[in-house]
Design a protein around this ligand. Structure first.
Ligand code: PHB
Length: 389
């Protein structure tokens, strides 16, 4: 895929006050999975991003979009990044969903000094040991979501957990962070498995092992097509009645619950966004998104939308090229649908609260997500990042 689109932001977007002076043509590489198990995530992030450019962009600001499909495969992601940087000569890149792709493209981004706004990949190293002045995270780090969720589950009195996740960087980091949080609260991980990423269709053997493990609950991370089939199989295996399912929030993203149906009922997860958050920015976002696309947003839409907000703010502030964009993006700080959305200058990681929510049947019978707890704002430790030194 190599679609070349030109997006001129509409005059209704923002009052054009004083912005003409910053009239800018910014070339944006959109680096997302449009095929493979994460294909639906790519579409959702792009939709949020395009809406954000429309809503926040000002007259005189033009964004040229060059889209590339990573297929959620590290070598493909690296080849596409190289093309965006060398051939298309983009000013900035937005995207990256898989932690594996993040690991593969990090050196290319850092070496070429093209700023990357990360809009899902939670790879801890990207804002830890392998942090870069050119990588700014606007979604979450794997540690940030899973460690507090582990601590919260231990607080609820859950003693023994069996873990399941796909066998690649994100799966391993999420389960390690969960384990750290759960053990710190006195919980015990009695077993776990990693399923082949993008290759597992039948989770039966893993579910049988989980059932026999003696655990009180399961903790899982799956996303995209794998989240849909995992949650459905969990239910049809008869486990939902006996072994409560907990997880990283993408497991029951609003993007998948319709396909998961009643199988998702009762699943309790932690995440940084849920469409039912009660604040003015979120209401405006949910309204605009629903009007534009005829369906409600998911957290992935928010990551794209917030990336657009950070980019527009950077351009409004006078950023014009790769270097000035990188500096400005790392200072992003605004009120967004998630509440205060702020970048930590020590790591370029995002600082944000985490929500625990359960999938329940709403008053109209349709599935919805009920917030059970808002956990304190999470700020990862530098984890080896030396940006602020
Ligand atoms: C990741 O690889 O970091 C990842 C992928 C998909 C998600 C979340 C995290 O939904």
């Amino acid at each position: 895929m190599n679609v070349f689109t030109r997006v001129a932001t509409s005059a209704i977007a923002l009052a054009a006050t004083a912005l003409a002076a910053n009239a800018q043509d910014i070339k944006v590489g959109v680096l997302l999975p449009y095929s493979g198990t994460y294909a639906s995530l790519g579409g959702e992030i792009e939709a949020g991003f395009m809406l954000g450019l429309e809503v926040f962009g000002a007259e005189g600001m033009t964004f040229e979009i060059v889209k590339e499909d990573t297929e959620a495969k590290p070598p493909v992601g690296l080849a596409k990044t190289r093309k965006l940087v060398m051939q298309d000569k983009v000013d900035v890149i937005m995207g990256v969903v898989s932690s594996g792709v993040m690991g593969a493209v990090r050196d290319m981004i850092d070496g070429s000094k093209v700023p990357l706004i990360v809009t899902t990949a939670g790879n801890d190293d990207a804002t830890g040991e392998n942090c870069s002045a050119y990588v700014t995270r606007l979604a979450f780090s794997n540690r940030q979501i899973n460690r507090p969720m582990g601590a919260w589950m231990a607080e609820q009195g859950i003693k023994k957990v069996y873990t399941l996740a796909p066998d690649y960087a994100a799966g391993h980091q999420m389960i390690a962070a969960f384990t750290e949080g759960f053990q710190s609260g006195g919980g015990e991980v009695v077993g776990g498995a990693f399923s082949a990423f993008q290759k597992t269709q039948d989770f039966g053997t893993y579910l049988a092992e989980a059932k026999e493990s003696g655990a009180d609950a399961i903790y899982a991370f799956y996303a995209g097509g794998e989240a849909i089939s995992f949650v459905k199989q969990y239910d049809s295996f008869g486990l939902s009645d006996t072994l409560p399912l907990y997880g990283m929030g993408l497991l029951t993203s609003p993007l998948y619950v319709a396909a998961q149906g009643d199988a998702a009922l009762g699943t309790i997860v932690g995440l940084n966004y849920v469409p039912t958050i009660d604040n003015a920015e979120n209401k405006a976002f949910v309204g605009a998104y629903t009007e534009a696309y005829g369906k409600g947003p998911s957290e992935f839409s928010v990551y794209g939308y917030d990336a657009a907000k950070a980019l527009v703010n950077a351009v409004e502030g006078g950023a014009t090229d790769r270097e000035s964009l990188a500096v400005a993006l790392a200072k992003a700080d605004f009120q967004g649908p998630r509440g205060e959305t702020r970048i930590d200058p020590a790591t370029n990681n995002i600082i944000q609260p985490i929500y625990v929510f359960e999938t329940v049947a709403g008053e109209d019978g349709a599935l919805t997500q009920k917030v059970l707890a808002e956990l304190p704002v999470e700020q990862d430790p530098p984890n080896g990042c030396t940006l602020s030194q």
